[in-house]
Design a protein around this ligand. Structure first.
Ligand SMILES: NC(=O)c1ccc[n+]([C@@H]2O[C@H](COP(=O)([O-])OP(=O)(O)OC[C@H]3O[C@@H](n4cnc5c(N)ncnc54)[C@H](O)[C@@H]3O)[C@@H](O)[C@H]2O)c1
Length: 268
């Protein structure tokens, strides 16, 4: 039997202090990383390179050079990750974000979510206004085409490696690889939302991968109160106004329940 997990007394005290301020926020910006999906069973990038794949250089599995050299092998790795992800469900952290977004509607508030994750779990959990900074593993685009040409390819497992478009051209995953630029309009939109926020949360990210990692800092510089949720300290921790050093699937539901209890128009 799994042990029932509890928030530490310290975290409960931080949440108690944070809730009245969070309930006042009408522009919320959330930035998430791989840690949010860890409790759904999705390995982090480094964890994903275990077993058969451990012998491969991560850059060869996630770069345009690696893809050009061996598209079949890169696609076998992505196909395996797609199969793993297809078995995973959103966790209580994903769901709490969706609930908070819905709770803000009656008070004319707004919650924007920018994620570095490519796993689709925020969308499956029902979050809207989702900004996918690093693409989506269920989307593909022709090699050489831009983000605007991406489309969903849900076959799982894939019938061929690499998959091909109707005209026979090679398809690549619509994700941002090492050394590639993010979609400019997507990134600009994320920065706009961060700058407008009166409350920003950075959740489950090591805050190391730029330019995305700049988002919470920019929100803070533009006046947002900054919250971090992560069991470990990160590059952002010292800049945060509130730190919840806990797994997101535990801390987020507690925070959102606290907000619900005082936000108008949201009966329990
Ligand atoms: N699920 C996914 O789609 C997925 C998975 C792996 C990697 N990636 C990609 O890899 C890059 C890595 O950057 P990153 O910062 O997202 O991930 P990261 O692996 O660098 O950091 C993960 C962070 O999550 C924290 N964490 C672990 N368990 C947690 C939990 N239960 N609750 C809250 N936090 C927890 C860790 O302490 C760490 O700081 C990103 O660009 C991302 O696109 C995506």
């Amino acid at each position: 039997m799994g042990q029932q997990r509890q928030l530490s007394a310290e975290t409960r005290a931080v949440i108690e202090e944070l809730v009245p301020e969070a309930a006042k926020a009408r522009r919320v910006f959330i930035f998430t990383g791989a840690g949010v999906s860890a409790e759904s069973g999705i390995p982090t990038f480094r964890d994903a390179q275990t077993g058969l794949w451990a012998k491969y250089d991560p850059v060869m599995l996630a770069s345009i050079d690696g893809f050009r050299k061996d598209p079949a092998n890169v696609w076998k790795w992505y196909d395996e990750r797609r199969q793993t992800m297809s078995q995973c469900m959103p966790n209580a952290g994903h769901t709490a974000i969706t609930e908070w977004q819905r709770m803000l509607a009656p008070v004319q508030g707004r919650l924007d979510l920018a994620t570095q994750n490519i796993d689709d779990l925020h969308r499956i959990a029902g979050t809207e206004q989702l900004i996918e900074l690093h693409g989506n593993i269920w989307e593909v685009r022709p090699l050489g085409a831009g983000f605007a040409d991406a489309f969903r390819l849900m076959d799982c497992p894939l019938s061929e490696h690499p998959p091909r478009a109707a005209d026979g051209s090679t398809l690549r995953p619509n994700v941002v690889w090492f050394g590639e630029m993010l979609d400019e309009s997507v990134l600009n939109h994320a920065f706009h939302c961060a700058m407008k926020a009166d409350l920003a949360l950075s959740i489950g990210t090591s805050s190391l991968v730029y330019p995305a990692a700049a988002l919470p800092f920019v929100a803070r510089e533009h006046g947002a109160t900054l919250v971090e949720i992560n069991p470990e300290r990160t590059e952002l921790t010292a800049a945060a106004d509130y730190v919840l050093q806990e797994p997101s699937a535990l801390a987020l539901p507690a925070l959102v329940e606290g907000i619900r209890s005082i936000l108008p128009g949201n009966p329990a």
